[in-house]
Design a protein around this ligand. Structure first.
Ligand code: ARG
Ligand code: ZN
Ligand code: CA
Length: 254
């Protein structure tokens, strides 16, 4: 695609206790975060260490709440489901009304984003391109969703959705998903080879494998650091997401 890819989003709010029935304001705060992060207009991009600043990319992807539902009727782009399930996990139960969740809208036309209580410290999870339509999309825990309401530090800046949509657009974790080894790759050329995941708030530089002197690109959205630390995608990652939107996921933006 030549310009900006604009992706229609449906947010399925699946709630058990009333505060999990997140507000429109909280939902819009998440959409706003995505529109900054994927265009590199997030103000905290200034915290990228100087040697890494040339890697910062505008991914040229934007997001909007769908205004037309699958039947062609006007919609807010939000569905709300009261569930008896107190906490979900990554087994996809949240994605089906038959298992206490909400059914997906057609995955070739919408990015399905479920917001629900997740257990076991799970912040979110995603389905990579090429999977089943009924389970396609991303799931985000209500306490890691958006920047207001139930969003709780240190996952209160909406970056879980940024990270999970990275996977949805075919990005792998920056450490190469090989535990702490140096042989795994994220298949992106401009991200340094990195040992394992970083968590919390690392100090620059954090050197691993043979990536001295600048070390790991732990400020990247595809690491596991706290929300205030992850602030950028690279040009290589943006190219990989664009390739996905030009192929497997092209119906979304047509
Ligand atoms: N799937 C990852 C998890 O649940 C998401 C990590 C997102 N990280 C973040 N700082 N928001 O651990
Ligand atoms: Zn991940
Ligand atoms: Ca590695």
């Amino acid at each position: 695609f030549p310009g900006i890819a604009r992706i229609p989003v449906v947010v399925h709010v699946v709630w058990n206790s009333p505060e999990q029935n997140v507000s429109v304001e909280q939902i819009q705060s998440q959409i706003d975060v995505l529109n900054r992060d994927f265009r590199a207009t997030n103000p905290d991009v200034s915290t990228v260490p100087a040697p890494f600043q040339p890697l910062v990319a505008d991914s040229r992807v934007e997001f909007f709440l769908a205004s037309v539902d699958p039947n062609g009727a006007p919609t807010t782009g939000i569905t709300r489901t009261n569930t008896a399930t107190t906490s979900f996990t990554h087994d996809d139960a949240v994605k089906s009304a038959a298992t206490g969740g909400a059914d997906a809208w057609p995955a070739d036309r919408y990015l399905n984003m479920w917001v629900a209580p997740l257990g076991g410290g799970l912040l979110g999870y995603a389905q990579f391109p090429g999977g089943a339509a009924a389970t396609d999309g991303v799931v985000i825990t209500h306490s890691g969703f958006g920047t207001t309401g139930t969003a709780a530090p240190p996952f209160h800046l909406g970056r879980t959705a940024t990270h999970e949509i990275g996977h949805y657009l075919n990005l792998f974790h920056i450490w190469g998903d090989d535990g702490s080894g140096c042989s795994g790759s994220d298949e992106v050329a401009d991200t340094p080879n990195q040992g394992g995941a970083n968590t919390g708030v690392p100090t620059f530089p954090h050197v691993s494998c043979t990536n001295a002197p600048n070390g790991d690109l732990f400020v990247n959205y595809m690491d596991y650091v706290d929300d205030p630390v992850m602030v950028m995608f690279t040009h290589g990652q943006a190219a990989r997401m664009e390739a996905c939107l030009d192929s497997t996921r092209s119906p979304l933006i047509s």
